[in-house]
Ligand binder design. Structure first.
Ligand code: G4P
Length: 313
């Protein structure tokens, strides 16, 4: 990899949108007892808005590491431990699979119990725990809501004192879910955070240059999963890992035999997003002291196998 090729891409994002989403989110948070915060398991740090973290996590929070089916299984486990804390539980989730609904409800009930006890201490009646699903764009909030609401959704209708368009769905006798998610605006304090979010489509394609993001992705993957991209693109040992060589290996060419870099960048991003390169996590959790003891064993276990690349895209 030639370091000089790599530029951290600049992402275009508009502060006005961020302010609007932040305001809306603070309003929604006032209505609930528990937040289900959906993160992309491939980016457990970049898909958190650290500026809003205190606001969100003032509430008991269930962190959903979603798209865990696309992320590195070793990192999934490590992040699940690392992110848990007081009033904060963590679940690995595959919203497309949607099989862990009852576990999710049990976590929500446990996290909401303190609010219910407070209500009753004030002499009020116990009511269902109210939950908001929130997260950055494209982390899988809607898919998660659909997977837990399913077909049997019972809208409890508008309620006095709540935002006019808020609807609640009873997902368990003791749990009500807000039927539309809260959008957490991406935190783009650094170009690197923006570039990471672009790799998983949390920022729309129009906001960045795909070639630059693809080069950034190549560098990031090569640092974390050395050799995997070269194997996937069938580059031989003498060939540098570059977008140009990947284009040539795929025979993606423009007229005049120039490598078609845009097509290659788009193919790489698509194939990464669908885990065709193998299940990968782009931010790795630190080893805990206990894990360090077993890290040797893990280091020798094979990295997830990539699937065969398509002949043509
Ligand atoms: P959002 O509300 O947070 O913006 O995200 P949304 O649910 O719309 O999901 C964004 C994309 O991520 C969708 O793909 C969805 O199918 C996919 N997705 C959500 N959760 C998971 C998951 O746990 N695992 C995997 N593998 N994918 C997930 P799409 O490209 O819009 O459509 P499609 O791929 O379903 O056709």
């Amino acid at each position: 990899m030639q370091q000089s090729d790599v530029i951290t891409p600049k992402i275009q994002w508009y502060p006005g949108h961020i302010a609007k989403y932040e305001r809306k989110l603070s309003e929604l948070l006032k209505l609930v007892d528990v937040v289900v915060e959906v993160l992309d398991a491939r980016l457990p740090v970049a898909s958190v808005n650290h500026r809003l973290e205190t606001t969100i996590r003032n509430k008991p929070t269930l962190i959903i590491l979603n798209k865990s089916d696309l992320a590195d299984p070793v990192q999934n486990k490590r992040w699940q431990k690392a992110l848990a804390g007081e009033n904060r539980r963590v679940m690995l989730y595959d919203a497309k699979g949607g099989q862990a609904k009852s576990q999710l409800i049990q976590h929500v009930l446990a996290l909401g119990e303190a609010s219910m006890q407070k209500l009753m201490a004030k002499g009020r009646k116990r009511r269902p725990v109210r939950v908001l699903v929130a997260g950055m764009p494209n982390v899988g909030k809607s898919t998660l809501i659909n997977s837990i609401v399913g077909q049997k959704k019972t809208k409890t209708g508008h309620r006095a004192g709540v935002t006019r368009d808020t609807q609640w769905v009873r997902i368990h006798p003791e749990v009500e879910l807000m039927d539309s998610p809260g959008v957490i605006p991406p935190q783009l304090d650094s170009d690197e955070a923006g570039a990471l979010l672009a790799t998983v489509s949390s920022i729309g394609d129009a906001a960045f240059d795909e070639e630059e993001v693809a080069r950034f992705l190549i560098e990031t993957i090569d640092g974390l999963y050395p050799g995997q991209l070269s194997r996937y693109f069938k580059l031989d040992d003498a060939e540098a890992l570059s977008l140009e060589n990947m284009a040539l290996a795929r025979h993606y060419k423009l007229s005049g035999d120039q490598p078609d870099l845009l097509r290659t960048a788009q193919a790489l991003l698509t194939e990464f997003r669908h885990a065709r390169l193998g299940r990968m996590t782009l931010e790795h959790a630190q080893h805990s002291p206990k894990e360090r003891e077993v890290s040797e064993a893990e280091a020798t276990s094979p990295t997830p196998e990539p699937t065969e690349p398509p002949a043509e895209i």
